[in-house]
Structure formats: C-alpha cells, structure tokens
Design a binder for this molecule. Structure first.
Ligand code: NAD
Length: 243
C-alpha cells in the first residue's frame, strides 16, 4: 500500500505541482497544508511528509517529523550553511531525503559528470554553461554550483579554480581552471551543460528542464523510497542508486 503523503507548502508552485504529479502517479495525498493550517493534526493521517515551503518553516516541520517518527522529503532551499548543518543533525534522527534538485535527469547528470571528470582527466578542459529565465535573481544556479563542486572534487581543485565568465586579455586557459557561464533570458526553466574539451574531441553533457513537474515527480519517488529506509539523511543519488 503506497504511503499517504502530507504536502507542506501546498498552495505554492511546487505544492501544486506535487498534487498534480501525485494524481498522475495514482498516489494518495492524505493532507495538504499551507500557512496557518493544522500541521500536527494533518500529520496523524499521513505516513510521509513532503516539504517544499519556506526555509523559515523547515525546523518546525522537521522537529515534528522526528517527534512523530514520520519519514520526510525536504525540497525547500535557501538555508544558510550553519543553519543547514544544524538541520541536518536534527534530520539524522528520522528517515529523510534532502536534495537541492529532485530532477531524476539532473541527478544522473551529476553522476555522469563525476565519472567523465575522473575518466577524462585534466587534459580535458571543463566548462559549465547554464541558462535560466529572465526573472532568476542569483547566478550561477545552485545546480551549476553542485556540478562545479563535483568536478573540483574529482580534480582536487579549490574554489579559486572557478572562472566566472571571461573578459578582456585573460591569457591562455590553464588546465587547473573551470569556467562557469550564466545566460539569462525568456522563460527557460533551467538548462545545464558540462563541457569537457581536449585537442581533437569534445564531450558535452546537457540537461534541459521544461516543466516543474520533474522536481515533483522526483520528490514523490523519494517519498515512496524513504518510508522503507532506516533513520538517516539521504539524497537523490541514494534514491536512484547512483552511489
Ligand atoms: P512558492 O513561494 O510558490 O510556495 C511556497 C508555499 O509555502 C507558499 O504557498 C507559502 O504560503 C507556503 N509556506 C510558507 N511558509 C509556510 C509554513 N510555515 N508552513 C506551511 N506552508 C508555508 O515557492 P515554490 O516555488 O513552490 O518553492 C518552494 C521551495 O521549494 C523553495 O524553497 C524553492 O527554492 C524550493 N524548490 C526546490 C526544488 C528542488 O528540486 N529541491 C525545486 C523547486 C523549488
């Protein structure tokens, strides 16, 4: 019997995408909660929580999930690093999936980029290009940041390896740098390309998002998975068996 799902942040863009995806996948939404609703009462009728609300709400919903021993999927972003460290410590007391990007395709892109960075080595110049809609306020995207982190981990490079765009007389490219370029325009939901370029060949790994439903479907997949896991913090790489 699939778990009954509590959607926290139900009136938001993601809350609505989750409700639509649950319907499409024939999953049961036991309760849909937004600001001012009775979260404690709603939790009693559900087996798993899916939260895409506000970073200000994370501690409350997580404390409740821990107290009631309910598995939880956390999609909300925007926590500071110290705040996130505290929340992760709390989350380790319950079965929890926490991911900054629930798209199955993007998570495979993370795994493929790690493999490519390792196999191709530093002779293959790595560059990341991302494009998002004209309303996006930050750059580079969180997903691009994660891709850069993965390449840096494989190549044992520090944050000073990053080149945010290039301009003027930059000199020849060195093997220890990674370029990152952010394009903005129109209504693009999110495109990411990782390029590995050597003399004579070039590999490009591209993911293009065209619908928020991908995050919702990934989060619901995580919800079905996490109910069978022992307490601990997992990510989408765990859910998809990519580790
Ligand atoms: P949104 O602003 O459209 O919706 C947020 C909803 O949460 C609103 O309805 C708001 O009233 C509600 N809310 C705020 N505080 C609450 C509280 N204390 N209790 C219950 N509900 C509360 O935002 P969105 O686009 O749906 O995104 C929500 C969050 O999910 C953001 O942090 C966003 O960055 C994140 N997000 C993550 C992923 C991912 O893959 N991890 C993908 C998309 C969005």
């Amino acid at each position: 019997m699939p778990p009954r799902i509590l959607i926290n942040g139900s009136k938001g863009r993601m809350g609505q995408a989750l409700a639509a995806a649950a319907k499409e996948l024939d999953l049961t939404v036991g309760a849909a909660v937004d600001v001012g609703d009775d979260l404690v009462g709603a939790l009693a009728s559900c087996e798993v929580v899916v939260d895409f609300s506000s970073p200000l709400a994370t501690r409350t919903v997580l404390e409740l999930a821990v107290a009631k021993k309910k598995p939880i999927v956390l999609g909300t972003t925007g926590h500071s690093a110290p705040e996130k460290a505290q929340l992760l410590a709390l989350a380790s007391n319950v079965s929890c999936v926490w991911a900054g990007n629930f798209s199955v395709g993007v998570n495979l892109l993370f795994a493929l980029s790690r493999r490519a960075a390792a196999v191709l080595g530093s002779d293959y110049d790595a560059e990341v290009v991302e494009m998002h809609h004209r309303f996006k306020k930050d750059a580079p995207s969180g997903t691009a940041e994660r891709l850069l982190e993965i390449i840096r981990e494989e190549r044992k490079l520090g944050p000073d390896a990053l080149r945010h765009g290039r301009h003027g007389i930059t000199g020849e490219r060195t093997p220890t740098e990674i370029g990152i370029h952010s394009l903005r325009g129109g209504d693009v939901v999110g495109d990411h390309t990782v390029i590995f370029a050597a003399l004579g060949e070039r590999l490009e790994l591209t993911h293009k998002a065209s619908d928020r439903g991908i995050f919702a479907r990934g989060a619901l997949r995580a919800a079905q998975w996490v109910v069978a896991q022992p307490p601990g913090v997992y990510d989408m790489q765990d859910v998809l068996g990519l580790k």
